[in-house]
Design a protein around this ligand. Structure first.
Ligand SMILES: O=c1ccn([C@@H]2O[C@H](COP(=O)(O)O)[C@@H](O)[C@H]2O)c(=O)[nH]1
Length: 273
C-alpha cells in the first residue's frame, strides 16, 4: 500500500485506528475453544466487528510464534482474512546482520517463502543501516522503525542525551537517509505524547505508529493534536482494550463498541486539521 493510498483510507474511514491482534489463547471466550482454529475464529470475529472503524491491523508475532506451527497457521489465516483496503503490520521487531535481516524480510514480505504478504514489519534500529536496508528492498513494503517506545525502559537508551539531542532523535534523523516517508514509519509510544511535537519537527511527513492508548494509558487526544498531519500521518494502535473488552459471548460487540468510540474521537481530531 502506498503513502497516498493509506492517507486516502484514513480520510475515507475518518479513522487512523490500528487494531492490534495480540491474541492470547488463554484469553479466548470459552465458546470458541471447540473451533478447529480458535485463535483464527477469534481474530475473524474481531476483524468482522472492527473493519468499519480500522485502517490497519497489527498482529503481534510473539503471540503466534509462541504457539509453534499452529500459531503460524493462525497468523496466515488471519492475514488472508484482513480486508485488502487495510494496512497490515507484522509487529515482529526484527533486525540482525544483513544476510539474516534479508531472511526476516523474506519471511514477512515474500509470499512465495513463508506464505506471508504483510505491508510492513516493525524493525529495531540498534544494529544500524545494514540491518534495516534489507527490509527496504521490497517495492511497496514498509519498515516501521522503533524510535521512542511506550514502555518505561525507553528511558534507559532511547531518551539518553547525546550532545544536544536524545538518542531517539538521532535514530529518526539518521534513518531518513535510508528511506523516504513513502517507505519508512516510526514507532512512537502514546505514553510519550509530550515529545511528539519535537518528533514532528524532525519528521514532518512520516507516518507514526503509535501504540499505548487503552491498556497502557496513553492519551489519544494529546498524540492526535501533536502528531496529525494533512495526510493523516498517524496509525494509533489499541490491542487489549479492544480484544478483551469482554470475555463472554458478546466479545465481538464490545470490541466493535470500543473501536467505534476511538474512531468517533479520531474523526473529531481529523475535522480540526
Ligand atoms: O513501543 C511499543 C512498541 C510496540 N508495542 C506493541 O503494541 C501493542 C500494544 O498493546 P496494548 O494492549 O494496546 O497495550 C503490543 O503488541 C505491544 O507489543 C507497544 O506497546 N509499545
Amino acid at each position: 500500500m502506498t503513502y497516498n493510498e493509506l492517507s486516502s483510507q484514513i480520510f475515507l474511514k475518518q479513522s487512523y485506528l490500528c487494531v492490534g491482534l495480540d491474541t492470547d489463547p488463554l484469553k479466548l471466550p470459552r465458546h470458541l475453544l471447540t473451533e478447529s482454529d480458535p485463535v483464527f475464529a477469534f481474530n475473524r470475529a474481531i476483524i468482522d466487528a472492527t473493519a468499519d472503524f480500522a485502517v490497519a491491523y497489527k498482529p503481534n508475532i510473539a503471540f503466534y510464534e509462541a504457539q509453534g506451527p499452529r500459531g503460524w497457521e493462525s497468523l496466515q489465516r488471519t492475514l488472508d482474512y484482513i480486508p485488502s483496503e487495510c494496512f497490515t503490520i507484522a509487529d515482529a521487531k526484527r533486525g540482525d546482520i544483513g544476510n539474516t535481516s534479508s531472511l526476516y524480510a523474506r519471511t514477512f514480505f515474500d509470499p512465495s517463502a513463508a506464505g506471508l504478504d504483510f505491508d510492513s514489519v516493525t524493525v529495531a534500529p540498534y544494529m544500524g543501516h545494514d540491518s534495516v536496508t534489507p527490509f527496504l528492498q521490497y517495492d511497496g513494503k514498509w519498515v516501521i522503525l522503533l524510535a521512542l517506545t511506550s514502555n518505561v525502559g525507553s528511558a534507559d537508551f532511547q531518551r539518553q542525551p547525546v550532545g544536544e539531542q536524545e538518542l531517539f532523535e538521532i535514530v529518526i534523523e539518521k534513518a531518513q537517509t535510508w528511506a523516504s516517508h513513502e517507505q519508512l514509519m516510526f514507532v512512537v509510544g502514546a505514553t510519550q505524547a509530550d515529545v511528539v511535537s519535537r518528533i514532528r519537527e524532525i519528521a514532518p511527513d512520516h507516518f507514526l505508529l503509535v501504540p499505548g492508548v487503552g491498556a497502557q494509558g496513553g492519551s489519544l487526544a494529546e498524540v492526535s493534536r501533536r502528531g496529525l498531519t494533512k495526510a493523516g500521518g498517524l496509525l494509533v494502535n489499541a490491542s487489549r482494550s479492544i480484544l478483551y473488552a469482554s470475555s463472554a459471548d458478546d466479545f465481538a460487540d464490545r470490541a466493535r463498541a470500543e473501536a467505534q468510540a476511538l474512531q468517533v474521537e479520531m474523526a473529531q481530531y481529523l475535522a480540526e486539521l
